[in-house]
Design a protein around this ligand. Structure first.
Ligand SMILES: [Zn+2]
Ligand SMILES: [Zn+2]
Length: 416
């Protein structure tokens, strides 16, 4: 009856005994960051450890690169398969921290905490590898490259190469510096927004700035569009649904007194509800086309779909929440707010039920409260052992729930 709680206590003990080792591994990754799709040394390091600890079917290199690792841990008894995922890429950021373990690869930095994810998941693999008699089924460890760049997505490439074949459910974790160290957060349903982008070109007819009547000025519809596009969110969408359209770049023109032929606008669209996400392209086109014709211009609209919203399976999230309460205590577990940022973990969730959970690593007393992607980003390493315990406890709990029929694999949410 108390099988799972006892196993989770065992996991927690092993993880805290390994705390120093996990911190050392994280510092190794932090010193040696690699950009998306170039995580060659990182992947080699991970694959070697997994092989050392007796994991099987170790595959390294995805998307035609040497990045990414997948390995299996088969328990002593057969059963379902649960995957655990960590992302492994760093960012083009010049680190400004001066710790011993600061980046040695100048201009590249683990400024999002993926070094923490990898070290925690590696430790979970080591802990679970020592518990094979307790594993009734199979646990697959997915070390995913190229999360940060959106496209080409590492998750998408790995799925295309079969990493989810035979997997019944998946869990993933992100550390947050804006959440206090040690606080674990879960959420059912949509938790992180979808992210797509658009390019719009208004074309008029260039001419002399002194004689606008002999030209067709593409800046006029550009200016009108910047205002009008905000009415999509404020006037067309139910205010209880979250949608953001932001313009990040406007390019056009050369000097003070020449009206250019064309102006380009680049922007980002975020949404939670996949139904609304599907309507955004038509809405942008309608607004842009209407404005272009009002101002005698032509317009071209391109929308590129990047990443769906992270949408957590409710029963699986409840399995995670219970495991987290057993691992860290009720007072350290809470519900996550919605987050407008995105994560390509959502591609896994389009295929199988998944849950994406969060671990607070923020601690202002040690300067660990800079935002993610900042050159001063850092984490409170003392909670890395908790990260390892969460991965391992969730893996074991999800296997048991699948096995007992409490959790049934079912269709995940469809996105465009
Ligand atoms: Zn990031
Ligand atoms: Zn990240």
């Amino acid at each position: 009856m108390d099988y799972l709680p006892n196993k989770i206590i065992e996991i927690k003990k092993s993880a805290s005994l390994m705390s120093e080792e996990i911190i050392a591994t994280r510092r190794h990754f932090h010193r040696n960051p690699e950009m998306s799709w170039r995580e060659t040394e990182t992947s080699l390091y991970i694959a070697r450890r997994l092989e050392e600890w007796g994991l099987t079917d170790v595959r390294r290199g995805f998307g035609g690169t040497e990045s990414g690792v997948v390995a299996d841990l088969a328990g002593d008894a057969p059963g379902p398969c649960v995957a655990l995922r960590a992302d492994i890429d760093a960012l083009p950021v010049f680190e400004k921290n001066d710790a011993d373990w600061r980046s040695q690869n100048l201009g590249v930095m683990h400024a999002c905490g993926h070094d923490a994810h990898m070290s925690a998941l590696l430790a979970a693999a080591k802990i679970l590898a020592a518990m094979k008699p307790d594993i009734r089924g199979r646990i697959r460890f997915i070390f995913q490259p190229a999360e940060e760049i959106g496209a080409p997505s590492g998750a998408r490439a790995m799925i295309g190469e079969g990493v989810l074949d035979g997997v019944d459910a998946i869990g993933g974790m992100h550390v947050w510096s804006f959440v206090r160290a040690g606080l674990v957060q879960w959420k059912s349903g949509p938790v992180m927004a979808s992210s797509d982008r658009f390019d719009i070109k208004f074309t008029g007819m260039g001419g002399h700035g002194a004689m606008p009547h002999d030209a067709i000025d593409p800046f006029v519809p550009t200016a009108a569009f910047v205002h009008a596009v905000q009415t999509i969110a404020s006037r067309e969408i139910n205010p209880l649904e979250a949608v953001v359209v932001s313009i990040g770049k406007i390019a056009g023109g050369a000097v003070h007194n020449i009206i250019p032929d064309e102006v380009e606008i680049y922007g980002s669209i975020r949404a939670f509800n996949p139904e609304i996400r599907r309507t955004m392209e038509d809405r942008l086109r309608r607004v842009a086309d209407g404005i272009a014709s009002a101002h005698r211009c032509q317009c071209e609209v391109k929308v590129e779909y990047l990443v769906p919203s992270v949408t957590n399976d409710a029963p699986l999230t409840e399995v995670f929440r219970r495991a987290a309460v057993l691992a860290v205590g009720e007072g350290n577990v809470g519900e996550s707010p919605h987050l407008m940022v995105s994560e390509d973990f959502s591609f896994f969730q389009e295929k199988i039920p998944g849950t994406f959970f969060f671990l607070g690593v923020g601690n202002p007393a040690i300067g660990a409260d800079y935002p993610h992607h900042s050159p001063l980003f850092t984490i409170d390493e003392s909670v890395l052992a908790t990260g390892a315990a969460l991965y391992a406890a969730f893996g074991l709990s999800a296997l048991e729930s699948l096995k007992s029929g409490l959790l049934k694999a079912h269709e995940p949410l469809k996105q465009p």
